[in-house]
Each structure stands twice: as C-alpha cells, then as structure tokens.
Design a protein around this ligand. Structure first.
Ligand code: FAD
Length: 304
C-alpha cells in the first residue's frame, strides 16, 4: 500500500521499540504547573526523542513557553522543542525569540504559521512586518541558526484553509525546501487517512519523516470540539465507543487507552516506527500506550 517511514532511532532502546515524542502546553496556574511536572516526571524515563511545548495563539504564551522550555533544559535530560508561530509579530520579535532559545541551548523548533488572530475560521492576515508563511519562518530560522532542527505541521485531512490536497502538499514541500526535516501530523483517528496522505506526500518528492500525531481521547466531547475546529474528522465508530460514558470517567479512560493503543499498534504493524503524542499534559494514557508499544522506562531524568 505504502512505503515504510524511515526509522528515527535514539540509540537507547531495543531495536524493535518505536521512537516517541511528547507534546505539552505551557501551564497557566501553579496547580497546572505542578501537574505538568508530575506528568513530565512520569513520562521522562520513557526516553522520548524530544518533548515539545506549544506556543499560545498570537504568542500569548511566549514567556510561559520559554520558561517551561528553560526548566526542561535545567532539570531534565530531555531534549526540548519549542513551538513558534508567525501570528501578530514583526520578524524582529520572532527572530529575538529564536535567538533567546538558541542562547539557552534549544536546538529544535516546531515552526508554524499559527491561526488567524480573528479566530479559527477567520482569514489569516500576516503582520505587515512579519513572516508571511510558515515556510518563510522555517527559512529565517535556518538562515540565522543552521544548527537548529526545524519540524513543521502536516495535515492528513488537509488544513481547513487549503483549497485542495495539492495546495496543502505544496505548502509542505515549500517548508521542506526551506529546511524543515520532520513533519508532525494533525491528529487523526482513521489510519487510512494517514497512509493516503503519505502516498501523496511521497509522490510529491517529499522524503522527510511524517510523524503521526496521536491524540489519546481523554475527554470525548472536548476531542470532538477540537476536531471540529481543526478540520479533523471524528468517525462514528469512535463516537459509539464513548456513548453513554459521559459520567463514567473510569470506563472512559479504559476505552480511550484501548482505542489509542489499537490505533498505534495498527500503524506500527504497517511499519510506522515513530509517534508523537498530544499528551494534554496528562501522563497515564500516554504511558500505558507507550508500554503497549514495547517502550520501557530508562531513567532519563537528572533530577526527580
Ligand atoms: P501551514 O502549513 O503554514 O498551512 C497549512 C495549510 O493552510 C497550507 O497547506 C496551505 O494550503 C493553507 N494556507 C496557509 N496559509 C494560507 C493562506 N494565507 N491562505 C490560504 N491558505 C493558506 N498553533 C499554535 O498557535 N501554537 C502551536 O504551538 C501549534 N502547534 C501545532 C503543532 C502541530 C503538530 C500542528 C499540526 C498544528 C499546530 N498548531 C499550533 C496549529 C497551527 O498553527 C494551525 O493549524 C494554523 O492554522 C496553520 O499553521 P501551520 O503552520 O500548521 O500551517
């Protein structure tokens, strides 16, 4: 059906275990911060290739993203990747953010255009002195800091603003030509969508790893809402699995683990050997799914 994505090994694990990465969002409150650090402590021993920290809409989490990344660097052996968007900022401001990251030792950025500041569904208008697209941002990062690895987004169901799949894949090609060396996908629940997308991408001559982004469904309503906003489809079979469980978090968690484990195990069976988990800052499901993929703790943390 499709080719096997190239392996991305970190050299620590048994040869058969897939490589993984985790995504976190910067915490808003002290309690959320405690929760994030418990999550990081639990997941760090799984020795992910990297952990990424998102950048809030319009740079709203600029300081929090930076301090979360700085703490990861100071207190763990994890490799952080900082998300960065072009929204509402002149090029100079964005360049400063990148330079600060570089100074503290960050060598991996997830470079994005970002959502329109008028909100999802609005029209994207670049800042008059800003980067016009994600590809421009990738090129600027690589021009100034050739040693920073740049990851970008990819959309198996195409981005909601893309007029066609071809336009969407063209944008990915532009990002790769600008220097991106990995793409992480928007989450999806139907694996065929990913494989069909991979076929399109490879046919366009793009050969970087297209890492599937996996969203364990911690909360079905929230995930459905999220999917609607990002243009990802929510299959009926998935809705049925969570039917009647609104007030039953324990069963919901078991179902969520079974669904996500089934998804990654099927992807792995078809040769996928790298996964990115949208953790929503929670460890339990991601830890269990990683365990089912054959990943075992390694003691990656410097400090508890
Ligand atoms: P791009 O790859 O730049 O564009 C996606 C598609 O939209 C393109 O294929 C193109 O066809 C179309 N398009 C782009 N610009 C235009 C235009 N001007 N007119 C018409 N069509 C256009 N958002 C955040 O705010 N912070 C984050 O930390 C963050 N992390 C993300 C991580 C991942 C892995 C993913 C998949 C998404 C993330 N997002 C984040 C969401 C992302 O910012 C939005 O989806 C945004 O709308 C598009 O930015 P992009 O870089 O993904 O898209």
């Amino acid at each position: 059906m499709t080719e096997v994505p190239p392996a991305v090994r970190d050299g620590h694990r048994a040869p058969k275990a897939p490589a993984i990465s985790f995504e976190f969002f910067p915490p808003k409150t002290e309690e959320m911060e405690r929760n994030l650090w418990e999550t990081i402590s639990r997941l760090a021993p799984l020795a992910p290739n990297f952990v990424s920290v998102t950048y809030g809409a319009g740079g709203s989490t600029r300081e929090r993203t930076h301090s979360t990344i700085a703490r990861i660097l100071a207190e763990t052996s994890l490799t952080p990747a900082a998300h960065l968007t072009c929204v509402d900022a002149p090029c100079g401001d964005i360049d400063d953010v990148v330079t600060k990251y570089h100074e503290v030792g960050v060598r991996h950025i997830v470079a994005l255009r970002g959502d329109p500041s008028s909100g999802l569904g609005g029209t994207y208008v670049p800042h008059p002195q800003g980067y016009r697209s994600s590809a421009d941002l990738v090129a600027a990062i690589k021009r100034r800091h050739g040693d920073i690895e740049v990851t970008v987004s990819a959309y198996p169901e195409k981005h909601p603003e893309s007029p066609s799949f071809d336009a969407d894949v063209d944008m990915l090609k532009a990002k790769v030509d600008a220097g991106a060396t990995r793409a992480i996908t928007q989450f999806f629940f139907d694996n065929d969508l990913y494989f069909r997308y991979l076929d399109r991408v490879r046919a366009r001559g793009i050969d970087i790893p297209i890492v599937p982004g996996i969203l364990p469904v911690q909360n079905f309503k929230q995930a459905a809402n999220f999917a609607k906003r990002t243009g990802a489809s929510m299959p009926d079979w998935l809705a049925k699995k969570f039917e009647g469980l609104d007030d039953d978090p324990e069963t919901r968690k078991l179902v969520a683990a079974a669904v996500a484990a089934g998804q990654v195990q099927k992807l792995a069976k078809h040769g996928v050997d790298t996964f990115h988990f949208y953790t929503m800052n929670r460890a339990d499901l991601v830890f269990a799914i990683s365990h089912l993929l054959g990943i075992r703790p390694h003691g990656a943390q410097k400090a508890a």
